[in-house]
Design a protein around this ligand. Structure first.
Ligand SMILES: *Cc1c(COP(=O)(O)O)cnc(C)c1O
Length: 390
């Protein structure tokens, strides 16, 4: 395999896939680079962002939470996007690429169902056939989202291999793609997988950071001191961070799920406990056991429950551009309760990790600090889980 530096973030990323997938990945890369900066593509993307997704999303000054913590906190309101989370920023973009390439069948993987719903949504919009792979465990745990996808016209295929969760659904997608490469487009849900996916998904999600930059400059006449996001695969985080990469005074904090604690096996803190390895076509940090087998992961929020992480985060960690911390289930529940009670906003349990981290560690921030937290999704989907725990 030739090592192509364009495929990497530092030493992370790459394209570790079977021969058969070289052609469609190459095709995707070429089409993407040919179109993504053209007026036509950008105006179409922007049309759907504004009229369908509801962009720009507000940058909301959380006054009550700020007073409670003792410094200024702004929330980037991705929870107000159509379908309730940031995922649609990416699925719209990739579906437009599928249309350009002329592929009529779309496949996607999903864990909790959020990416599956966002993909089924854009497939309905653009009249594409949609097949969503979902671990059998997750099909049982997330019945409402399964039904939602079916209402949107998608076929949901339960995956019975391995741990019957997200990582197995991704493997199944890659297998389907190898078989049906001619007519099928794979819409990946986060900044993961073989090149060019981590780059393409990051660029689509960067709308979060570009808007934030413009909005905070207007509101505060300066850039924030901190950006804070939860990290599952890492797409909402890198979407917020990337446009600030060269702003050396803006610090970045990525919050992983510590589940029941980092000294148990029940967590998904890949950048804390992982080793450099290869999974799903990319070189990155991966959670493995003593024998090098991919470790089952756990988090109260299904969206953070992934045994690897986007290669660009591994890169940010390796050059210390971002700091990666973790927050437990209990910290996330604390974040959920506090935001609900103080601001009247029910956050998804994923960004509740970021909120909980900031609240619990408020002493590390200074009273003059401006902190932007990415509120990646709304909490309606998690109400049953929260009810069982609080
Ligand atoms: C899927 C999801 C996440 C985790 O995915 P990233 O790629 O890490 O952003 C976070 N928040 C919400 C609301 C999600 O649906």
């Amino acid at each position: 395999m030739s090592v192509n530096s364009k495929w990497y973030f530092g030493q992370f990323g790459g394209r570790f896939v079977p021969e058969t997938l070289y052609f469609p990945l190459e095709e995707l890369e070429q089409v993407y680079f040919k179109f993504y900066k053209t007026k036509k593509f950008l105006s179409e993307l922007n049309y759907y962002y504004t009229t369908y997704v509801g962009r720009p999303t507000p940058l909301y000054y959380a006054k009550n939470l700020s007073e409670y913590c003792g410094f200024k906190i702004y929330l980037k309101r991705e929870d107000l996007c159509h379908t309730g989370a940031h995922k649609i920023n990416n699925t719209i973009g990739q579906a437009l690429l599928a249309k350009i390439i002329g592929k009529k069948r779309v496949i996607a993987e999903t864990g909790a169902g959020q990416h599956g719903v966002a993909t089924a949504t854009v497939c309905a919009l653009f009249n594409l056939r949609c097949v969503v792979y979902m671990g059998e465990e997750d099909v049982h745990r997330q019945q409402i989202n399964v039904y939602r996808m079916k209402l949107l016209g998608a076929e949901v295929v339960p995956v019975k291999t391995g741990s019957k969760t997200l990582k197995d659904a991704i493997n199944e997608c890659l297998r389907d793609w190898v078989t049906n490469v001619k007519n099928t487009f794979y819409i990946i849900g986060s900044v993961v997988g073989p090149h060019p996916y981590p780059l393409i998904v990051r660029n689509f999600q960067s709308i979060i950071g570009w808007e934030t930059k413009r909005q905070i400059l207007k509101l505060e006449k300066r850039l924030p001191d901190y950006l804070v996001s939860c990290v599952g695969g890492g797409s909402n985080a890198i979407g917020l961070f990337h446009p600030f990469f060269n702003e050396k005074n803006v610090k970045m904090i990525g919050v992983e799920a510590a589940g029941k604690g980092l000294n148990t096996n029940l967590h998904s803190a890949t950048l804390h406990k992982g080793k450099i390895g290869i999974l799903h076509g990319m070189k990155t940090f991966v959670l493995v056991d003593k024998d090098g087998q991919v470790q089952p992961t756990y988090s109260i929020s299904a969206g953070l429950d992934y045994p690897a992480v986007g290669p660009e985060h591994s890169f940010y960690k390796s050059i210390s551009r971002a700091e990666y911390v973790s927050a437990s289930d209990d910290t996330a529940l604390l974040g959920f309760e506090i935001l609900s009670k103080l601001e009247g906003i029910l956050p998804a349990l994923e960004p509740a990790h970021a909120i909980g981290y900031v609240v619990k560690n408020k002493k590390r921030f200074h009273k003059n600090n401006i902190v932007v937290i990415c509120l990646s999704g709304r909490g309606d989907k998690d109400i049953d889980i929260v009810r069982r725990h609080l």
